[in-house]
Design a protein around this ligand. Structure first.
Ligand SMILES: Nc1ncnc2c1ncn2[C@@H]1O[C@H](COP(=O)(O)OP(=O)(O)OP(=O)(O)O)[C@@H](O)[C@H]1O
Length: 254
């Protein structure tokens, strides 16, 4: 089997006596979109936090391209290719959408402080940022300050910034939460487009069954922090134990 792009091995975190993520071992291949599901409090976001480095593991490992990154900082993991949709706090509210995207591209390409090369690359950076905004259909909002964007557009901008970062692993935590019915499809189309590139790994924490059904190649189910099921959507959703205990009536949509 080829080496997985991302892997967790017995990944565990305890908060006091509570085991929020319990020895989760999972390998994620390039070109695969995995939906992470489970009831509220199952440990989905905590698992994400362990992978992206927002919280430290109590035990177990996270591996990126086979390298143990368990003790690496968020920034180091990000530089290594692990991209998590930016939280709103990571956007600069007083800068425009274009400036925010530009900063991510600039950081990605950072080449030091050669003023001549910086001036020469200025237009190039702007063009690259505009291309990303075009892709998320936010060109008309390029000069709007982030603080003036609607909630849905702020979330779209988070996705734009993630695309600008161009990571090997995309991590989305309920990417359409709080979006209006006309905004959500844009983001889902973008994720489908990223998936079509086939060389990325995409992890998606999601409650909405129609989204999972449309996008997922594989579903993992967390329950009480532990891995309860793992497999192709049809198989996992058909498991009686999953239907009854973990997903409820929503499965009627499948
Ligand atoms: N920093 C923390 N300190 C203490 N307990 C925590 C902490 N973070 C998460 N937990 C607990 O760990 C468990 C898993 O929470 P988590 O947010 O990962 O669940 P989730 O599956 O993402 O739920 P939801 O679908 O509601 O977002 C919960 O019982 C939660 O209260």
């Amino acid at each position: 089997m080829t080496q997985p792009l991302l892997e967790s091995r017995d990944l565990t975190v305890r908060f006091g006596g509570h085991v929020a993520v319990d020895a989760v071992s999972c390998a994620f291949a390039a070109g695969e979109l995995t939906a992470i599901v489970g009831p509220n409090g199952a440990g989905k976001t905590t698992y994400f936090n362990l992978i992206s480095g927002q919280i430290a593991a109590s035990a177990g490992q996270v591996l990126l391209r086979g390298e143990d990154i368990t003790r690496q900082s968020v920034a180091r993991r990000c530089a290594g290719g692990l991209g998590r949709a930016f939280q709103l706090t990571n956007l600069f509210p007083d800068l425009t959408t274009l400036e925010n995207v530009r900063l991510v591209i600039q950081a990605r390409r950072a080449k030091g402080f050669n003023l001549l090369s910086m001036a020469a690359s200025d237009n190039d950076l702007r063009d690259a940022a505009l291309a990303v905004l075009e892709r998320v259909r936010m060109t008309a909002l390029r000069d709007t300050r982030v603080s003036e964007l609607s909630h849905g557009n702020q979330r779209k901008l988070e996705v734009a910034m993630l695309i600008a970062l161009d990571p090997a692993v995309y991590m989305f935590d309920e990417p359409t939460a709080g979006m209006s019915a006309d905004e959500a499809p844009v983001v889902l189309d973008l994720i489908a487009g990223l998936k079509a590139e086939r060389d990325r790994t995409i992890l998606l924490v999601e409650h909405k069954m129609d989204v999972i059904r449309t996008l997922a190649d594989r579903i993992i189910v967390l329950h009480n922090g532990a891995l309860a099921a793992d497999g192709p959507p049809g198989e996992v959703m058909a498991m009686e134990v999953v239907q009854e205990a973990y997903m409820g009536k929503d499965l009627a949509l499948v």
